[in-house]
Design a protein around this ligand. Sequence first.
Ligand code: ZN
Length: 132
Amino acid sequence: MDHYRNPRNKGLTNSSTYVKCHLKNPSCGDMIDVESLVENGIIKDIRHDGEGCSICCASASIMSEVVKGMTVEDAKKLLENYLKMVSNQEYDESIDFDELQVFDGVKDLPARVRCASISSQALLSTLTSEDK
Ligand code: ZN
C-alpha cells in the first residue's frame, strides 16, 4: 500500500496548539499518537506518528488526508460511521468515506478491526476533547 510506504502527515509537532491522543493495540503491538489542530470548528491539520502494522499505519495516513479541512462535526460523523463500518455494524451508507472505503474489507478480518480503528479512535478523542 502506497500510504504505508509513503505515509502522509506523519510526525508530531508536539505543539501546545494541537490536541494529542495516544492509543495502543496490545493484540498486534500497534502504537499510535494522533494530533489535531482545530480552528473555528475546522480541522486545519492532523499529524500522526507511531509504530504498527500496515493496516494501522495506512489507516492513520489515509484518515489524516480525508478529514483535513472538514468541520469537526462532519469529521466526527465520518469517523463514527467508519468505526461502525470496520466492526461490521450498521452505518450511514450515504457518507463519502473517500479512500477510507478500502477498509470496508476489514470487517471480514476480526483480528484486524482494532488495527484499522485505533487511529480513528485516537482522532475522535482529540476532537471530542476540543469540544469543551
Ligand atoms: Zn495492527
